[in-house]
Design a protein around this ligand. Structure first.
Ligand code: COA
Length: 330
């Protein structure tokens, strides 16, 4: 066998609307200085009010199909990581499948919150490695502005909207492509970061709206502590498991939730600043999109060479967390 899932294309869609820290100063009691020093975020992009998450996912995927001149009919499977689906059902993958014209593909959504893209990439990779499918689109897309309370300064400064995607295809070399991943969940952390309303536990009602249950709720300081510890642990674990150390990694793409979490994780792994991909200053936390956005940046700037190791790690609601080791193969 030895078949591996190889990333052969990367695309992104970042909506044109920009919400700066100065804009937020006019909306809640905050300051540019507080936001920059506590989070590292300077601005985030916001999708138009009437446009859904799939709008961004379609465009990120389309960028790959256009660049590689691939007919949408060739796509076998679409995996969408999101916590802001267009609707409860049908899944967002189906909506993207329709708009892409990918008539031969089936699709599903993966809800792993901020770890969603790593969960989805691992899932897509398994379908390619098994020999079942030849072209799998993995999309991370979130319209966080649709679940953010813009009167809550604790949360509204943190999040932004975007989508990014990768194409997975089979590669025949054993050590190239998605080399390994470690995925974790600890449901006892669920109470620290969640959106209570809208599901079967608290179906929408006047009460759920009045109590602001359709917005993100989180205990930021607790999430911060877990994220710092576990993102580094799961990154060290995957390096050790594969006989690698920080110096073997060309780029580390951490989930972008807070610059202080990113810096602390990079430091614990012994990485230098130029190994760590940071774009939180421009996009904020785009949940399932942060990691593929980082990969797109490397890809579009021709920074990736065949044989380079790319390490990804994320932490999010659930709690969910994980790491994925990719060896660039094209
Ligand atoms: N502007 C100004 N002050 C703010 C503020 C804002 N936007 N948001 C919070 N504050 C205030 C708080 O009210 C608090 O004031 P108090 O001490 O008078 O109560 C003070 O700043 C410190 O709050 P605290 O929560 O301790 O700050 P922090 O240093 O932990 O930073 C987060 C807050 C949310 C930025 C940080 O905890 C974080 O990033 N957590 C992880 C979030 C995350 O990753 N979530 C997504 C899942 S991956």
């Amino acid at each position: 066998m030895g078949r591996k899932a190889v990333v052969t294309g990367v695309g992104q869609y970042v909506p044109p609307g920009v919400l700066t820290n100065k804009d937020l100063e006019k909306m809640v009691d905050t300051s540019d200085e507080w936001i920059v020093t506590r989070t590292g975020i300077r601005e985030r992009h916001i999708l138009g009010k009437n446009l859904p998450t799939s709008y961004m996912g379609v465009r990120a995927a389309q960028m790959i199909l256009n660049e590689k001149n691939i007919d949408p009919l060739e796509i076998d499977m679409i995996v969408v990581a999101t916590v802001t689906p267009d609707m409860m059902f049908p899944n967002t993958a189906s909506r993207i499948q329709e708009k892409l014209g990918a008539k031969n593909a089936w699709g599903m959504d993966v809800n792993g919150a901020c770890t969603g893209f790593i969960y989805a990439l691992a899932t897509g990779a398994m379908f390619v490695e098994s020999g079942r499918y030849k072209k799998v689109l993995v999309i991370g897309a979130d319209k966080m502005s649709s679940i953010v309370d813009y009167t809550d300064r604790n949360n509204c400064v943190l999040f932004g909207d975007a989508a990014a995607a990768v194409l997975l295809e089979p590669g025949e070399e054993r050590d190239y492509g998605v080399v390994d991943f470690i995925l974790k969940t600890d449901g006892t952390g669920g109470k620290y970061l969640y959106m209570p309303g809208g599901g079967s536990l608290h179906p929408p009602s006047h009460e759920t709206v009045d109590k602001k249950m359709h917005f993100i709720h989180q205990e930021g300081r607790t999430v911060f502590k877990f994220a710092v510890t576990e993102m580094a642990n799961v990154s060290e674990e995957i390096l050790q498991k594969n006989g690698l150390s920080g110096t073997d990694i060309k780029y580390f793409i951490p989930h972008q939730a807070n610059l202080r979490i990113i810096d602390a994780t990079g430091k614990r792994l012994g990485l230098s600043d130029d190994q760590v991909v940071v774009n939180i200053d421009r996009y904020g936390n785009t949940t399932a999109a942060t990691i593929p956005l980082g990969l797109y940046e490397l890809y579009s700037q021709n920074k990736l060479q065949r044989g380079d190791y790319v390490l990804m790690a994320a932490f999010g609601a659930g709690f969910t967390w994980g790491s994925l080791l990719l060896r660039w193969a094209i």
